[in-house]
Each structure stands twice: as C-alpha cells, then as structure tokens.
Ligand binder design. Structure first.
Ligand SMILES: NC(=O)c1ccc[n+]([C@@H]2O[C@H](COP(=O)([O-])OP(=O)(O)OC[C@H]3O[C@@H](n4cnc5c(N)ncnc54)[C@H](OP(=O)(O)O)[C@@H]3O)[C@@H](O)[C@H]2O)c1
Length: 313
C-alpha cells in the first residue's frame, strides 16, 4: 500500500510499504480521508515525544471502513464506517488501530467531514465539557481559526456561552462570527484581550500564556489544549499564585489520556450536535495523499481555517 513516510530530511515522501496486519484487539481500516493537524507538524520536527521519526508514518486520525478484525477484537466492527484514532500511521491507504480507538462515523457524513470533526472536535468538546461551561458564561478561544479552535467556538456557542475569539485577521474574525463568536480580538493589533473570562480554551500557549491566564474571572477554568505558539517558560504560570484569591484552575488536556469510554461519550455529544445542525465540519483544503508534504506545509503556515484533509485515492 501507499503511505507518506518521514525521510531523514524531515520531508514526507509517498512510498510503497507493507500492508499492516491487525494484532490482538486491533482492526484494519481502509482509509477514505485523513486528518492533518498541527500535531503532525510537531511530530515530523521531532517535537512530539511518542513519534519515532525517520521512517515512520504520521497521522493520528483517519476515516474509513473496517476491513479486517484481529483476534479478540469485536467481530461486529467488520464493515463499519468509522473514525479511527491510531497511534500514528494514518497517512496511508490502510492503518491498524486498537478497537477501542475507533468511533462510529455519523450517519450521512462523508469521510472528509468525519475527519473534519475528528480529533479537533473531540479536543474542543472534551475541553468544554471538563471545564463545565454553562450557558451565559464568557469563553475565550485562542487559536480560534485553527482546527480545534473553530469547533471550540461553535461548541461553546452551542452550550449557550458568550464567545470571544482571538484570531489573526478581520476576515478570519468574520468567519468565526458566522460560527457563533460574539466578539473578535485581532492578535495582530492587540496581543491580549481586555476583558475577563470564565473559561479559556487555548491551543496556542507560547510566550503570552501567562497574560491570558491572568484573564480568568474568579473560579475560572483554563484549558491548555496545545502549543501552536511554542512552549511557554515557567514564569507564565505566575498568575496561578498572584491570582490565588480567585481560585483559578489550569488543566492540560491531551486526547491520549482520555479513556475510551469518555471518548465515546464525547463523540456521542458531537454526533448529537451534528444531527441538530449546531455543529459541522469546517474544511480548509483537500490534498491527494501524494501531496502530503504540501498539506503539512499548509498547516505549518498557520493560515488554515479549519481542517486540512488528505485523500488516499
Ligand atoms: N490536546 C490534544 O489532544 C491535541 C490534539 C491535536 C492537536 N493538539 C495541539 O493543539 C494545537 C493546535 O492544533 P490545531 O490542529 O488546531 O492547529 P492549527 O489548525 O494549525 O491551528 C492553530 C491556530 O493557532 C493560531 N496560531 C498559530 N500560531 C500562532 C502563534 N504563534 N501565536 C498565536 N496564535 C497562533 C492560528 O489561528 P488564528 O490565526 O486564528 O489565531 C492557527 O490557525 C497544536 O499544538 C497541536 O499539537 C492537541
């Protein structure tokens, strides 16, 4: 089968590789669409701890059909259309994945839409669920035009929150307003918003993390979901002590540590929002698998709005 493999230069090249075989508790998925995320950029730069590097195939999410079931995996998965969340290997025509890391594709959604929700909607939904965002609360989303950010904006709005987004241009701000943002902060004009928030969903981190942490209202919750702006220094966490009287909460969220049961429950809530028309995939561009390098560069450029998708055929 074809797969995009990381070369010694760090670039991706599509090559013929052996077809994977599902082991105990695993299934084989024939892939129709692959999600490309910033995490793949970090992986190929050697900034993601679990990625083996040269010779490995990136890709943490793919949509397709289960075509083989390994020993001890549920037989009922055979033939099902699914969202697969493999531990890498997704930039390929086929991937093996643990059976408890596949979720049912929503009825009527095509494969690109399934990955257009995928990991990003799961991160956004679990973040807002764990932060227990309530109607009427004020939510700030950093990295709002990115893959996770667009869903965080939409889902926070669907939960009845008043959403402010931080983004990088008026045009992106307008698109985010259409997804439910009540206010837009253009980070190219002002580095940090001036108001305070009950919940911050942050996919950027970077040197301005501390200033954003300082925007929490009393009993506010700050969910750190990613680091598209780089790793912040220890001084960024100062507001946790200087604002002690406000009882701030900071928690990190990685889907890696979310249990299969919590993933399933979150996916059910996402599927329900989809069915109600209150959530949809936001697709940036589609590339053929043979142009995986170009797709990754597009994500690396920071100019994506929503999800970049690879199509294996
Ligand atoms: N928690 C998890 O389990 C999980 C899962 C997947 C990914 N992630 C991580 O989450 C982060 C975002 O992923 P993604 O796929 O949403 O990425 P993405 O689609 O590239 O979006 C990131 C967004 O952040 C903003 N941004 C980029 N560079 C910035 C900078 N230097 N300063 C301020 N804002 C900047 C841009 O949005 P605007 O132009 O609109 O500001 C950009 O579109 C990555 O670090 C990724 O590794 C975490």
């Amino acid at each position: 089968m074809k797969a995009a493999v990381v070369r010694s230069s760090g670039e991706l090249a599509v090559s013929e590789v052996p077809e994977p075989v599902p082991g105990p508790g695993q299934v084989l998925v024939d892939i129709d669409a692959i999600g490309v995320g910033y995490v793949d950029v970090m992986a190929r730069r050697g900034e993601y701890p679990y990625f083996p590097g040269e010779g490995a195939v990136p890709g943490l999410e793919a949509a397709g059909r289960v075509t083989a079931v390994g020993p001890d995996a549920p037989e009922g998965l055979a033939g099902q259309r699914v969202l697969a969340l493999p531990a890498f290997g997704g930039y390929a025509e086929k991937v093996v994945v643990d059976a408890d890391r596949v979720l049912p594709a929503p009825r009527g959604a095509d494969a690109a839409d399934v990955v257009g929700l995928g990991v990003n909607a799961l991160v956004a939904e679990v973040a807002l669920h764990r932060a227990a965002v309530a109607a009427g609360e004020r939510v700030l989303v950093r990295g709002a035009g990115g893959g996770i950010g667009v869903h965080a904006t939409r889902i926070a709005h669907a939960r009845g929150a008043e959403v402010t987004v931080v983004t990088s241009s008026p045009a992106r701000g307008e698109r985010l307003r259409a997804l439910g943002a009540a206010r837009v902060v253009d980070r190219t004009q002002s580095a940090v918003p001036e108001e305070t928030y009950d919940v911050v969903v942050d996919t950027v981190a970077g040197p301005e993390l501390g200033e954003h942490l300082g925007l929490l209202r009393p009993n506010g919750r700050y969910v750190l979901c990613g680091g598209a702006g780089g790793v912040p220094g220890p001084e960024s966490f100062g507001p946790l002590l200087s604002d002690f009287h406000k009882s701030p909460t900071l928690f990190a969220l990685s889907l890696n540590s979310v249990s299969p049961e919590d993933l399933r429950l979150s996916w059910e809530r996402i599927t329900a929002l989809l069915a109600e028309g209150r959530l949809s995939a936001v697709l940036d561009r589609r590339f053929p698998l043979t142009e995986a390098e170009a797709a990754l560069r597009r994500v690396e450029s920071g100019k994506v709005f929503g999800k970049v998708v690879l199509l294996p055929r």
